[in-house]
Design a protein around this ligand. Sequence first.
Ligand code: GLN
Length: 483
Amino acid sequence: MHHMTLAEIARGLADKKFSSEELTKVLLARIAQLDPQLNSFISLTEELALGQAKAADARRADGESGALLGAPIAHKDLFCTLGIRTSCGSKMLDNFKAPYDATVVAKLAAAGTVTLGKTNMDEFAMGSANESSYYGPVKNPWNLEHVPGGSSGGSAAAVAARLLPAATATDTGGSIRQPAAFTNLTGLKPTYGRVSRWGMIAYASSLDQGGPLARTAEDCAILLQGMAGFDPNDSTSIDEPVPDYSASLNGSLQGLRIGVPKEYFSAGLDPRIAELVHNSVKELEKLGAVIKEISLPNMQHAIPAYYVIAPAEASSNLSRFDGVRFGYRCENPENLIDLYKRSRGEGFGAEVQRRIMVGAYALSAGYYDAYYLKAQKIRRLVKNDFMAAFNEVDIILGPTTPNPAWKLGAKTSDPVAEYLEDVYTITANLAGLPGLSMPAGFVDGLPVGVQLLAPYFQEGRLLNVAHQYQLNTDWHTRTPTGF
Ligand code: GLN
């Protein structure tokens, strides 16, 4: 049962082959048995899950239908869940029970999903390896000595290990696409503003975007359908109709113009990944796509710009965690300053403190123009590159990551080495564009992802290309041994 995709589950439930309650029990037992190896969950919500499953079964018995009605999922632990711990992977929020549901959580619950638990993540979504979590690192089911990617590493490892069919995640600089690539999943970061950020604990508000992690493009379409849409509670949410994503999957790729940026194949890219990217291009050519070399000349400036803007916004967003109103408070503060200092010093981990310091520095009066303003200018140039490219092509294709998943601990003492791994993903966040990573082969037994980028609101086009690719390849069906 645990091998079923969301689409298969929806058919099975509709055909009364099993109930949501039966499926939920099977998956909860599987999580109890296998998750100790992976550490992909921070909290399990068995009682909530069984209640939601029974309710979904009752709604179906009453004649209701829907692809998500009775579908088991999990939420990355930065989506607020009413009355349930929402830790953001941090000691700071270890004791925080959210007083409301995030819009994404509420929308998916209304569609009938069953929440199995909250997944592990890098602390405050800062990281690319899931090693900065207060709850310990997550292991990659493809090789338990390797990282699953981050920051949505818990969601990725759980779905890859068939503990559940799909999960929510967020992507500020790659945290949906990169863990998808590292664990052989399909992950979609929507256009900025497509999915509500209300109740999604903020890291860098102008970059953060929620989206689906699943095994197939078809399942990403189903989960995105339940997540997307205008939300008056989020002032950056966009009031555009949500298309039927599942209906977009079957379009022909005949004549589709795919741009492959020449800058993507520079020295930092593992040549074996380059070869797999070229293979995926050939596959899409067979399906009728036309390939064109393009250029994104400002790409080389994106990492430095991102690692100024994201920490700057984080330093502002995280100032609310002061030991007074939310979460952790130090013991016996001597005075207010001591309360602030020690609550933040003890509650935040090293990477979060590093980002707050970098961000506060970049925003300080003497350095604002030199760093923050400069970074914003680069951000515009990165966006302009994409706008020019999308005048010539419909989709941009390249590697999701320069290397496959590294070994646990390999980069923990060198944060910049880890930042450099985000080179292919962060540009989409700077520009606000939608991006998808899909499985495209293996290197040393570790999965490799190919990234597709599209113009604003063309999530359907990304899902269409990925689905057609998946109808003609079987990388996405490979299962890690032992799971
Ligand atoms: N690795 C990037 C960072 O640490 C992106 C993280 C994310 O997308 N949440 O900022």
